[in-house]
Design a protein around this ligand. Structure first.
Ligand code: XMP
Ligand code: MG
Length: 179
């Protein structure tokens, strides 16, 4: 039996080990280095979840670049309009810049669709997305994602920056809810 850890009321087991995560992240960085050769991209890392992925990715980025950190606040506006996402913390101009969004996980895709819409309105010269995880089965609308670390099944995951109710972001491996 796999060993489990408990976070709040739930049990989780190791799903993807740190070494596997890091190897894949290095490969993503290589693709980015090739695609952005001669350019100077601005990375926008979405807090809190992407901090560990962003740190690991940046260590293998060799093109000249900048990084800044954003927060997306979401709240329920009305029943009919659903969630509203507001981008907080973007003080630099992204006009005519090559932008790469760094996200931890894309689930329904609705958060990323809204982030992309708001950033595109500020006229970057290009906009791409690097996400460590994606749950293809959970996607509600089609969305273009240029760099995907791992496509995973539609189960709740934790660790490597991702939390369950605030806890677990410090775990170096990715965990999944035990059945
Ligand atoms: P959507 O559905 O808009 O949501 O793509 C993306 C955000 O939802 C959170 N999320 C998770 N967080 N384990 C987590 O710790 C998960 O399995 C998970 N799935 C979605 C996450 O904050 C992401 O930015
Ligand atoms: Mg997140």
């Amino acid at each position: 039996m796999k060993s489990t850890i408990q976070v709040h009321d739930k049990h989780f087991e190791v799903f993807i080990e740190q070494s596997v995560l890091e190897k894949r992240i290095t490969a993503l960085a290589s693709s980015i280095n090739q695609d952005y050769a001669g350019k100077q991209p601005l990375f926008l890392a979405i807090l809190n979840g992407s901090f560990m992925f962003a740190a690991e990715l940046m260590k293998s980025i060799t093109v000249s670049c900048e990084i800044t950190f954003l927060r997306v606040s979401s709240y329920q506006a009305t029943e009919s309009t659903g969630k509203v996402h507001q981008i907080l913390g973007l003080s630099e101009s992204i006009e005519n810049r090559d932008i790469i969004i760094i996200e931890d996980i894309i689930d329904t895709g609705l958060t990323m669709i809204e982030i992309k819409k708001q950033l595109l309105a500020q006229n970057p010269s290009s906009l791409s997305v690097a996400t460590l995880f994606q749950k293809p089965e959970a996607l509600k609308q089609p969305i273009e994602i240029e760099y995907i670390g791992f496509e995973i099944e539609n189960k709740f995951v934790l660790g490597y920056g991702l939390d369950y109710d605030g806890l677990g972001r410090n775990l170096a491996d990715l965990y999944v809810l035990s059945e």
